[in-house]
Design a protein around this ligand. Structure first.
Ligand SMILES: [Zn+2]
Length: 362
């Protein structure tokens, strides 16, 4: 089902306002909040849910408040009318406007409890040294991104998570599912036959998996219940969360945070998209084993083989590299590869393909 366009935007859906109307009469609006920088990703879709409280699911990135506010006015509400902000996960393109929305409206802030424990941390600094160690290359940074990440951390320090949720919580027609993997605090939120999926399930693009190794870097900041091993970071976690939500119902409409609209077309998806993402990662794991079947290869070389168009000096290379790393970690956990050589940067095949068994599990 395609939504109705209430206000047109550009080809990517920036500044577009759309309205979903379901057969049972339930309506939800979406606002295409542009990124505050040049981006091929397109906007972050902020969803407006009317209930006991006026709820916003995600707010868009810092620097785009005016666009969110204008979209909300077209739906029929001033920013001050927002009673609750629900954050799908703590990445700046999702919660960057939270501080301004909350301080101008007095709205409650709802997110997973892990979101609260990580608020205001500078993620990149904590991971910089091991990224460098494994990549074996100097750290490349784009100063404009550094500024944006720092600003996001400062905004986070000023926020208070008034309503931390955990898996299975229900409130005002919303059911919260904890779906870590892309991010350790990722939530999917069900409302009637809709699932707000944040970056857990996206059309067209595969969400970036986090890496298991981040657990060692963030463990001391996580709540007490999260200390006994990693079920919050990495590709294995992400795949388990995808399999889990895929069973919520064949008639569910997925409301993604990105790419709901792209190049002038809507991209409606259901939960079968979750399993398509799982299969994509299975194929990637198989591809990596092909690369190292004959001789071991370091992770930077695997990245270059998988993404031949990327320049090593490119900031994007780091994202591609950690994508490779998330697959290597899963293969290593399954016993299919070992890390060998200097600093354990090289991947050696152990002769098995146990990862297939993991992907086959229901
Ligand atoms: Zn995002």
């Amino acid at each position: 089902m395609n939504p109705e366009i209430i206000k047109t935007g550009d080809d990517a859906g920036n500044r577009m306002v759309i309205k979903y109307k379901f057969p049972d009469g339930v309506t939800v609006h979406g606002i295409g909040v542009p990124q505050a920088w040049e981006s091929s990703l397109g906007p972050t879709w902020s969803y407006v849910v009317e209930g006991d409280k006026l709820t916003l699911v995600d707010t868009g990135c810092n620097g785009s408040l005016r666009d969110l506010e204008e979209g909300l006015e077209i739906v029929g509400y001033p920013l001050s009318a927002v009673g609750r902000v629900v954050v799908t996960h703590g990445h700046l393109d999702h919660d960057g406007n939270c501080f301004d929305v909350v301080s101008r409206s007095g709205a409650e802030l709802w997110a997973h409890e892990v979101y609260g424990s990580l608020l205001g941390l500078t993620h990149r600094d904590r991971e910089a040294d091991w990224r460098q160690r494994f990549i074996g290359l100097p750290r490349v940074e784009d100063p404009t991104f550094e500024v944006r990440f720092r600003e996001h951390a400062e905004l986070g320090q000023k926020l208070t998570l008034t309503n931390p949720v955990t898996d299975g919580d229900v409130s005002d027609g919303l059911t919260f599912y904890y779906t870590p993997g892309h991010s350790p605090d990722e939530l999917c939120i069900q409302f009637h036959r809709m699932l707000f999926s944040g970056d857990h399930i996206l059309p067209q693009i595969t969400p970036h998996p986090s890496v298991s190794m981040s657990y060692t870097r963030f463990r001391d900041s996580l709540p007490e219940d999260y200390q006994s091993g990693n079920h919050y970071y990495g590709l294995k976690t992400f795949i388990n969360s995808l399999k889990r939500v895929s069973k919520l119902g064949a008639d569910i409409t997925v409301m993604p945070a990105h790419r709901a609209y792209h190049r002038g077309k809507f991209n409606p998806i259901g939960l079968d998209r979750a399993m398509a993402i799982v299969e994509h990662h299975r194929d990637r794991c198989a591809e990596m084993i092909q690369f190292v079947r004959k001789e071991s290869m370091d992770m930077a070389s695997i990245t270059k083989k998988l993404f031949p168009h990327l320049d090593l000096s490119d900031r994007i290379f780091y994202a591609a590299f950690s994508e490779v790393m998330s697959h290597v970690e899963l293969l290593a956990e399954m016993g299919d590869v070992s890390m060998v050589g200097q600093d354990g940067r090289s991947v050696q095949w152990n002769g098995s393909e146990n990862f297939q068994v993991f992907f086959d599990q229901a």
